[in-house]
Design a protein around this ligand. Structure first.
Ligand SMILES: NC(=O)c1ccc[n+]([C@@H]2O[C@H](COP(=O)([O-])OP(=O)(O)OC[C@H]3O[C@@H](n4cnc5c(N)ncnc54)[C@H](O)[C@@H]3O)[C@@H](O)[C@H]2O)c1
Length: 408
């Protein structure tokens, strides 16, 4: 067993000037650019040789007075917008009106979002559309507006078109906001393998607007809490405690109040802290892989559930493994179960299939250089990595999860 203990987030120094660094990372700057109209909080994320991309809070996103969208990407007199067709049409109309107001020709391609759009076929369709329109990667860029799946496939298509055309990401789901739009991975599923094809390609920039959350229902809304819960459980006790304090309110208010905003910003801070320094994944022992060992068993195939929900079930099983090894106190596991229920997240897998769970672990091992490197939480806010999981141990953990009931 590897005994890597992760350290908690340093305390936030909110008192400083306009520019400050993300806690725990001296190289990621967080700023409010008050003198530029429409600029909100901005993270500047380094990825290679001093190059950076920005993640910017841009609310309200389509207000013509907010110049964030106009400034994003490469400045040109036309924009291609690839659009998740499940996002309400009012946003589509607002984006068109926004560009018309600013004298920019906006061309739209609609794609039905969701996991089924993450294919090589969608990618080649997109690449053909880029080619037909004569897009010039040196002078033009694409805006991708949608859930995590759409951002992944547009990012992938953008990365392989003529060596790469800049892509601006606008996440429209909670999961997209706190996770899929934050890092540099693009990808599609292939021959049953989740994200089997993909690239490390930073976005040109990311624009964030919580206004998209109001039309999310079911998984498309609560799935994002799965990734936030992962950060709280494995990397940052404060996030877990914020969730415990505000769970019903976060779900109800769609993160529209100050507490919701604070949770979103902290989640991005912690995600960036965990990703940066290892953004190309040279080190395969990654805390953010917590929840992503058995999850493929639940999100691929006939009884599939959404990615964020599959992560939650994995978190429960990984924690139960830890309890079984006496590495995590039972009381911490009970807190996780209670919080999972409060967030309206699944407490059990969609089907009981140990073989599929083992296959998911083996697949992850291929990605993790033939070692399990499985993060398991040891207490709220920390995890350790194990390399010696057996199928009997996974079965025992699954049984503990199936028997778990949230405290009243
Ligand atoms: N690249 C990365 O680093 C990264 C990280 C985490 C997850 N992901 C990927 O993200 C995907 C999951 O993303 P997700 O949870 O956003 O699910 P999703 O993209 O599948 O979206 C869920 C559903 O919500 C719809 N939708 C999107 N925005 C909407 C809106 N505003 N109103 C109404 N409906 C809307 C979508 O069309 C879809 O039907 C997975 O494929 C996962 O692998 C990628």
């Amino acid at each position: 067993m590897d005994g890597q203990r992760m350290s908690p987030l340093n305390s936030v120094n909110e008192a400083g000037g306009r520019l400050r660094t993300v806690p725990g990372r001296a190289d990621i700057f967080r700023s409010g650019i008050a003198d530029l109209p429409g600029s909100g909080l901005t993270w500047q994320v380094p990825f290679h040789d001093g190059a950076t991309y920005t993640i910017e809070v841009a609310e309200p996103f389509c207000d013509p007075g907010n110049l964030a969208l106009l400034r994003s990407g490469v400045s040109s007199d036309r924009r291609l917008i690839v659009w998740d067709s499940n996002v309400p049409p009012a946003w589509h109309d607002a984006v068109r009106a926004y560009f018309t107001h600013h004298g920019v020709t906006a061309d739209f391609i609609a794609i039905e979002g969701g996991e089924s759009c993450k294919t090589l076929e969608t990618s080649t369709r997109l690449v053909s559309a880029f080619h037909q329109r004569g897009l010039d990667p040196g002078r033009e860029s694409i805006v991708a507006i949608g859930g995590g799946a759409l951002l992944d496939v547009v990012g992938f298509a953008g990365s392989i078109f003529r060596g790469g055309i800049p892509v601006v990401r606008v996440p429209t789901t909670l999961l997209g906001y706190v996770d899929a739009s934050v890092g540099i991975k693009t990808g599609v599923n292939f021959t049953g393998g989740k994200n089997l094809l993909g690239t490390f390609t930073p976005p040109h920039s990311v624009l964030l607007d919580r206004g998209f959350f109001s039309s999310l229902t079911g998984y498309s809304w609560t799935g994002g809490f799965g990734e936030i819960l992962k950060l709280g459980l494995g990397c940052d006790k404060t996030i877990f405690e914020m969730l415990e304090r505000g769970a019903p309110s976060f779900v109800r208010t769609r993160m529209s109040d100050d507490e919701g905003q604070a949770l979103l910003y902290r989640s991005i801070d912690v995600m960036l802290r965990e990703l940066s320094g290892n953004i190309y994944e040279g080190d395969l022992t990654r805390t953010v892989d917590l929840g992503h060992t058995f999850s493929q068993a639940f999100e691929m195939g006939d009884s599939a559930i959404g990615h964020g929900h599959a992560v939650v079930v994995d978190l429960l099983i990984s924690s139960a493994i830890s309890v079984g090894r006496s590495m995590m106190p039972v009381g911490e596991f009970d807190r996780l179960v209670a919080l999972t229920a409060d967030l309206g997240l699944p407490l059990a897998p969609p089907i009981i299939d140990l073989e599929a769970m083992w296959a998911s672990l083996l697949e992850r091992m291929q990605h993790r250089s033939e070692r399990q490197r499985t993060p398991i939480p040891t207490e709220i806010g920390y995890c350790e990595f194990v390399d010696d999981l057996s199928s009997a141990e996974i079965e025992a953990a699954l049984n503990r999860v199936l028997a778990a009931r949230p405290r009243k």
